[in-house]
Design a protein around this ligand. Structure first.
Ligand code: NFS
Length: 651
């Protein structure tokens, strides 16, 4: 949606999700403010929205406005390119910090597990523990899980604090990519160093060359993508299991009027996994029954929902714009939160009901919320206290205020790259070869990753869903993560039967291999699984020798946050074409920085970042890119190739 259209306020649909529309009607009737209504009350600052305001010192803020703004200078002499580049890298530093610090917490938990200091957790995937030990060159023979957990966690935590050495995980990229990073000087050092470097150089009077700032931006984001975030994914798999497909249901209809309903919202599985355990405890369930409830329903919101959806089958209640709507059902006894994408508006909505909003992270509290600090060494005990608090609140529910939309869809989630290999090649011959073969023969034209957020300045789910639908119809395999994965699930796109809605080529491959045309790959931190998949595709052969040659596109149709910008940047640095939709570029005021993000990065990295507000434009640009990459590989003419079927695999 264009900014112009947005300025007109209410003249666009708030959501294409019928459950959201039903709840918004209730919000209107009750006069309860939500993100959907506040977005019309708070108009975006037009100068800040395009990255043309500099407030990093107190001689300003300096605003760059008017036709000649690119020729103007701030009090210090900075031009608009410098200002926009500094604004962009500082946003990415926020996003990268969130993702990488999430990884640090998971690594610290693994260390505690290994040392026997977090008795409620254990190593659930010892094979992955040994795989990760291999990345760090840690010998595994004769070591038990706990000893190895200590060694792996210690090595991993060391990555955050490295001074001049490069991150070990950078070696997981295709060889050619590593050489390119080396040549361009962007191979990432320790994560903490890269963020401090970025904040330091963008202090007033520091780095004042847009290109030079953007080079550091890529290096910092690579440190988060191939470092902190990828470690978050790997160590989560070690502690809670590498995902395999699980069935569940998605949307607000998963809440149960007869149960104590608990929503878990945020990002780190350290908390959500324990809440799942606590809510399944026999004694706790009996306690809920003693209070008159039929049982306990646990449901997730945002990315932590993805984590427990794909590992435990816990139903997702919705993406980030559903967080307030879930409370509006009046049927939620308690929402327990940790970090990121948990909005202050929740407390205002909860006040109208009996709902407790509980914050648990040392890093995050919301004024007016109930505080129960979470500590890994007493994890299950604290999780049980939180669940009991929800049960005790059940009797305070006002039946007259309860309205749960009867809307939910069946979903299958949890396609880790390990599982995709297994699904395509079987236990002993797991391989991406069948996928590559079918991309080469044109049955599958290419792949897109649809990732990231909701944003109330776009119609909720509209861009995501139209893109998913059109891509599969055009034989493009779709991978989804984060809030985009929720959208795909809510709208019925995460089932194997979806192959019937795919184009003839993709449909045939899906039917033969059992692979759904839309694969739920995980949470937002798990976008690193997509880097691994792309690297596997490259290493399997036949589709070029680096990520920028693969016919693939990364898309965030409804982005809202700094994390999304950081993901975009590490994907571009890895060679991907990335398109963001909904709101336009946050630094569009500067033609020079826009040029760096597009033609400049394409020349340097073979990938680029574009902002296209409407989904139709995103779709066309993506298909054109896929065609261009197929042509470059010489695979644009249709070829007939034999599909791998079960007999081939057995052979
Ligand atoms: Ni990621 Fe967006 Fe938040 Fe997850 Fe959802 S909003 S950048 S998808 S929950 S992090």
């Amino acid at each position: 949606m264009s900014d112009e259209k947005k300025k007109k306020g209410n003249d666009y649909a708030k959501s294409i999700d019928p459950a959201a529309l039903e709840m918004l009607q209730i919000a209107d009737e009750k006069g309860i403010s939500t993100m959907f209504s506040r977005v019309d009350e708070v108009s975006a600052c037009p100068i800040g929205a395009e990255g043309a305001c500099c407030k990093i010192c107190f001689m300003g803020p300096c605003r760059f406005v008017g036709k000649e703004k690119e020729q103007k200078h701030g009090v210090c002499g900075a031009n608009l390119a410098t200002v926009a580049a500094r604004n962009f890298i500082r946003s990415c530093a926020g996003g990268a910090s969130a993702h990488a610090d999430h990884g640090r917490t998971i690594a610290e938990t693994l260390l505690m597990v290994g040392k026997g200091e977090a008795a409620d957790y254990r190593v659930k995937d010892p094979i992955k523990l040994r795989t990760v030990a291999g990345y760090f060159d840690i010998p595994v023979e004769g070591k038990d899980d706990n000893q190895l957990a200590v060694e792996v966690a210690t090595a991993a935590l060391n990555e955050w604090g490295k001074q001049n050495e490069h991150q070990i995980y950078a070696k997981r990229a295709p060889k050619k990519r590593q050489e390119l990073w080396e040549k361009l000087g962007v191979t990432p050092r320790g994560f903490d160093r890269e963020v401090v470097d970025s904040m330091h150089r963008t202090h007033a009077g520091g780095d004042q060359d847009a290109q030079h700032i953007m080079d550091q931006c890529v290096r910092m984001c690579l440190a988060s993508g191939w470092g902190g975030s990828m470690l978050a994914t790997d160590i989560s798999d070690i502690l809670w299991g590498t995902p395999r497909p699980l069935t569940s249901e998605a949307n607000l209809g998963v809440l149960n009027v007869e149960d104590v309903n608990i929503i878990i919202h945020g990002h780190e599985p350290v908390l959500s996994e324990m809440i799942v355990d606590a809510s399944q405890d026999r004694e706790i369930i009996e306690y809920a029954k003693s209070k008159g409830a039929a049982g306990i329903t646990l449901a997730g919101i945002c990315c932590t929902a993805n984590e427990i959806w794909m590992r435990r089958g816990v139903p997702p209640a919705g993406n980030s714009l559903h967080q307030e709507l879930a409370l509006l059902t009046g049927a939620v006894e308690l929402m327990v939160t940790d970090i990121q994408c948990v909005f202050q508006g929740l407390v205002g909505v909860a006040k109208n009901f009996h709902t407790h909003v509980v914050t648990t992270s040392q890093k995050a509290h919301i004024e007016g919320a109930t505080r129960v600090e979470f500590h890994e060494d007493r994890a299950l005990e604290i999780a049980k206290d939180i669940v009991r608090m929800a049960i005790d609140n059940y009797e305070n529910r006002d039946a007259a205020k309860v309205h749960i939309p009867n809307i939910k869809s069946p979903v299958v989630a949890g396609f880790s790259h390990e599982y995709i290999r297994y699904m395509l090649g079987g236990k002993y011959r797991g391989s991406f070869q069948p996928l590559n073969d079918n991309i080469i023969n044109g049955k599958i034209q290419g792949a897109v990753a649809i990732v990231g957020c909701n944003n109330p300045r776009s119609t909720q789910d509209e861009g995501i869903i139209n893109l998913v639908k059109n891509f599969i119809e055009n034989d493009v395999l779709v991978l989804v993560t984060g809030c985009a994965a929720h959208a795909a699930g809510k709208h019925g796109f995460l089932t194997p039967e979806m192959f019937e809605n795919a184009g003839p080529g993709l449909s045939e491959v899906c039917e033969t291999t059992g692979m759904p045309p839309v694969l739920h790959v995980g949470s937002c931190v798990d976008n690193t699984r997509i880097l691994t998949i792309l690297t596997d595709i490259v290493e399997t052969g036949g589709l070029g020798d680096d990520i920028d040659q693969v016919p693939a596109v990364g898309i965030s149709p409804e982005y809202y946050c700094e994390k999304a910008l950081e993901i975009a940047t590490y994907c571009v640095g890895s060679g991907a074409y990335v398109i963001f939709g909904g709101v336009e570029s946050p630094v569009r005021a500067s033609g020079a920085v826009t040029d760096i993000h597009t033609s400049g990065w394409e020349e340097q990295f073979g990938g680029k970042l574009e902002f296209i507000s409407d989904w139709q434009g995103i779709f066309e640009a993506s298909m054109a890119h896929i065609r261009k990459k197929r042509e470059a590989l010489g695979i644009h003419e249709a070829q007939e190739r034999v599909l791998f079927d079960m007999a081939d695999r057995r052979g």
